[in-house]
Design a protein around this ligand. Structure first.
Ligand code: NAD
Length: 473
């Protein structure tokens, strides 16, 4: 808990849950069961550093809900990791999966380290040891609990995890499904890396296409020409920025932990990324203005603000100074309940994390299904679709006597590749979830904000699955 927040992260999640529970019909017992973290595993293990010193590492895995199997949730490497944070993130995963109809219970893992302070070899040792600790307690496996990348982790950590798991479970045919976010060569799925950022884009685009909502925000419909500020140029922030810019939005601000930059006519995230790689900082980017503090980016005048770094960055202290018209919570828990109340008063639309950043888990679900089916998406139908389309097009050309241009022909005949199917599945998921939440919100005038509507959707779905399981009458 910090001076700017009256609640811990987990308490914030519980508070948002309670606020929404009032708009559901479920009794207290069911609500308490949905809210509780089912299993919390806290561990300590030693690692020998490159300099010969032994360091004791603190780590966690929390399974919030067993109403569906397996549990699912990322692994975070950060100095800020603690039990409360992992419990909060695991709970959000349960609600997130329910909202986007991904049949998993929520989980989360965390290792309390700053990965920047460790060599590649040390990180590999820590990741492999963490995995074997999870195996020992049956906290990982394609049918029990399936981790994924989160803050501070990526493909390489997931590759170490699957390799460790497979070597400890020889002959387990579905071992590749023990973790998602793997490199494609290790059983990953094409489209996973950009999935969360792309999902953020699809979700906000759907909101921006809703005339009634845009009217309320005093904005025109569509993405084109909207000004966007992104905090965090990691996996989620980079890809969110990329898709907004590619679809005509103007990326006027970017923030990283070392500072923030502003450019009225638009930044290019890849150029800033390369500049940071070369100089070690996003600051002093050619043509851009440096801001005094990195948090100044959150207070910039813009249409859409995308916090894509860590939790609690917009709180009771700075929320009154936020000038964005829409906040898209790409990170988990970037806005506190105090901030939510201020947004309602100021008319700022906050599109909540628990569904907006569900692109990662949605595509993780596709990856897990691919691992269990042992076949690449599109392998069976690509050639068939291309042959069929060629035939149909030939018939149309013959009957109409008109020829289609080579470029159009290529587009029409194209059979789906894995990445096409993954992106299309993600787009459908994000559009459907946005509409479902908006319907709940707009058809119930008592519900104060979109987050509460999202929780109502999640609570109803999790409670219903308990009822289906026969656990509650
Ligand atoms: P990442 O480690 O790839 O990137 C995070 C970036 O934020 C880093 O570049 C870091 O330097 C920057 N950052 C840290 N503190 C900052 C500050 N105070 N101001 C500005 N920038 C700061 O992590 P990620 O995977 O992109 O995750 C970011 C957020 O999105 C987390 O909250 C995570 O839980 C959430 N999320 C990630 C995924 C996923 O698929 N990776 C899925 C769902 C949610």
């Amino acid at each position: 808990m910090s001076a700017t927040n009256a609640y811990s992260f987990f308490q914030s999640v519980e508070r948002s849950f309670d606020k929404a529970a009032k708009f559901t019909k479920w009794d207290l017992g069911i609500l308490e069961q949905i809210k509780a973290c089912n299993s919390v595993y806290q561990m300590r293990f030693p690692v020998k550093r490159d300099n010969g010193n032994i360091e004791v590492i603190e780590a966690y895995r929390v399974q919030h809900s067993h109403h569906k199997a397996p549990c699912k949730g990322g692994i975070r490497f950060s100095n800020e990791v603690n039990q409360d944070e992992v419990m909060a993130l695991a709970s959000l995963m349960t609600y997130k999966c329910a909202i986007v109809n991904v049949p998993f219970g929520g989980a989360k893992g965390g290792i309390k380290i700053n990965p920047r302070n460790y060599s590649l070899y040390e990180l590999e040792k820590i990741t492999r040891r963490y995995t074997s600790e999870l195996v020992k307690k049956n906290f990982i496996g394609p049918g029990t609990d399936v981790p994924a990348p989160d803050y501070g982790t990526g493909e390489k950590e997931m590759a170490w995890i699957v390799d460790t798991y497979a070597s400890l479970k020889p002959g387990e045919i579905d071992a590749a499904g023990c973790v998602t976010g793997k490199p494609v060569t290790q059983g990953g799925v094409r489209g996973r890396k950009e999935a969360t950022g792309l999902g953020v884009f699809y979700g906000i685009r759907e909101v921006c296409n809703m005339e009634v909502v845009m009217k309320r925000q005093g904005l025109a419909t569509g993405i084109e020409g909207k000004t966007v500020v992104v905090q965090g140029l990691g996996n989620v922030g980079y890809h969110s920025a990329k898709f907004f810019r590619e679809h005509g939005a103007i990326l006027i601000g970017l923030a990283e932990y070392e500072g923030a930059i502003f450019k009225a006519d638009g930044l290019n995230e890849e150029e800033v990324f390369q500049h940071r790689k070369a100089t070690g900082s996003i600051l002093n980017f050619p043509g851009a203005t440096n801001l005094a503090k990195n948090t100044d980016a959150l207070e910039m005048e813009c249409d859409i603000l995308i916090p894509a770094a860590l939790e609690n960055v917009i709180n009771g202290e700075n929320a009154p100074r936020v000038k964005a018209k829409i906040i898209g919570e790409a990170a988990n828990g970037p806005c506190t309940p105090e901030a939510d109340e201020i947004f309602v008063k100021k008319g700022i639309l906050c599109v909540p994390d628990m569904y907006l950043n569900a692109g990662g888990v949605t595509v993780s679900y596709f990856e897990w299904l691919k691992n269990l089916s042992h076949v690449r998406y599109g392998r069976m139908e690509k050639r068939f679709t291309e042959n069929l389309n060629t035939h149909i097009l030939g018939q149309i050309e013959e009957l109409s006597g008109k020829k289609v241009s080579e470029m159009e022909k290529e587009f029409i005949m194209h059979g789906p590749d894995e990445v096409d199917l993954v992106h299309s599945g993600l787009e459908e998921t994000m559009i459907a979830a946005t509409r479902e939440i908006m319907d709940i919100w707009l058809s119930n005038p008592g519900i104060p904000d979109m987050r509460t509507a999202a929780y109502v959707s999640a609570i109803n779905k999790v409670a219903n699955s308990y009822v289906e399981l026969g656990i509650f009458p």
